[in-house]
Design a binder for this molecule. Sequence first.
Ligand SMILES: [Mn+2]
Length: 319
Amino acid sequence: MDHGFAYVMTGGFLGVPFSTDGIANKTFGIAGISWDGSVTNRTGARFGPRGIRQASHMLCGDEHPFFDTTPVEDLVDLGDLLLPNTSLESMRKALIPKVASLLASQTGEQQMVWLGGDHSITLPLLRAYHAHYGQPLAVIHFDAHCDTWESHFGEPSGHGTWVYEAITEGLVIPEGFVQIGIRSSGVRAAREYVSEQGGRIYTGRELRGRDGAGLQDVIDEVRARMAKLGNPPLYLTFDIDALDPAFAPGTGTPEPGGLTTAQAMTLLEAWYDLNWVGMDCTEVAPAYDHAELTTNAAATLVWTWLCGRMMAKSEGKTY
Ligand SMILES: [Mn+2]
């Protein structure tokens, strides 16, 4: 008798089989972008996708307790994209056509989830989404770091510059850019850049000790902000270091004073029916993890987003 226990690695995210045929007839595709050549401090996010996949195997058994659904039958895992690890420029040059081709093959409600990798992967992803949709995107950006630095220690681009680059390149709608959990040290101009551009920053400090009904104003404000903009295509980028190191120690640049996993789940559950078009989860570095706290959190957040999409779809909530 065969036993598919959670610790046996026989499949991709949620245990689904790996495929090389694109999203095909499924609703969701998962792909890993195992790049960590742009980090500032500890390396290791290249092992994020496999860590998240392994942790996700505890989630595939049955339905989500809030959404009463499971994406297992609607999901395909495309494995990790085959990319050079020589330079950021070479990696991005190879990545963009792969992403563009996957987006071009999307029909209807099909959507991708990208598993990082450090946060420098989000800029080429946004370039591809911007080209695909032919319009700038709204973004909800969970992170301890503002990622608005104008250079990466003398280099033009890194894992802490992509927000600045995405805004200056016109890939995103500045007023539709929402940051959650920001708290790292940094010059004020960088820390406040997004709000100076018309976006909204919910700092780690602002969110301390707030969950459940305590987050309702955040939930409502973001919904209202998106509605006011006409609910443009909305992208979720979740840097796992938005969570407090107590909940996600396995990351390259941990910052104390962050969100609980539960706070992040409350927000993602509440925003399940926004006009999402895709998501990534970045900066998971399993080598610094303890007891798989971080990979479990990342897998659960991705699963929550997917189950929310399933729920929105079943309710006919399309834009
Ligand atoms: Mn970060």
